[in-house]
Design a protein around this ligand. Structure first.
Ligand SMILES: CC(C)(COP(=O)(O)OP(=O)(O)OC[C@H]1O[C@@H](n2cnc3c(N)ncnc32)[C@H](O)[C@@H]1OP(=O)(O)O)[C@@H](O)C(=O)NCCC(=O)NCCS
Length: 129
């Protein structure tokens, strides 16, 4: 399963692929991973707050609602654990991801200047309580 996730991650993030061992380390560090054949989401919950660590959908499967469905699955799981807030960081130039998060109710709450190789990161947050 972790090898398949690594293949999928490479399709989604060709410039910075994660290996199967990176995914194993994420699991060991307490991250939750939900994946289908074409998409995955990784998050970490601490107390009543969770961070989306990564989300990706294979290029030939995009715009079919897969990422949105993965976000909703994550939220269902978090609600069961009484987690009330979800946040993430997204590059300000990643329009598909920013639009995805906006569609699912995330609002910008801050900026990390020059976070991604000189490009600002936008912090987005959603109350799921
Ligand atoms: C961002 C990403 C995960 C979206 O996955 P997806 O399965 O295509 O997203 P969905 O089909 O669920 O799209 C939901 C909404 O997101 C927005 N959206 C998704 N892709 C978009 C695009 N290329 N342009 C504009 N809006 C987009 C739309 O509002 C869309 O709703 P709509 O189709 O009804 O208009 C995917 O493009 C991807 O894997 N990108 C590379 C990895 C990445 O950047 N991950 C995010 C890191 S923070």
């Amino acid at each position: 399963m972790l090898n398949k996730l690594a293949e999928l991650h490479k399709l989604c993030f060709p410039d910075r692929p994660w290996s199967a061992s990176d995914f194993a380390d994420l699991k060991k560090s307490g991250c939750e991973i939900v994946a289908s054949d074409n998409g995955f989401i990784v998050w970490r919950a601490v107390a009543d707050e969770a961070e989306i660590i990564s989300i990706g959908v294979a290029p030939d499967a995009r715009r079919n609602g897969i990422a949105g469905a993965l976000i909703l699955i994550m939220e269902q799981e978090l609600k069961k654990q009484s987690v009330h807030n979800v946040f993430l960081e997204v590059s300000e130039v990643n329009i598909p991801a920013k639009k995805l998060y906006e569609k699912y109710g995330f609002k910008p709450t801050g900026t990390r200047p020059k976070y991604y190789n000189g490009i600002d990161a936008i912090i987005m947050r959603k109350d799921i309580s």
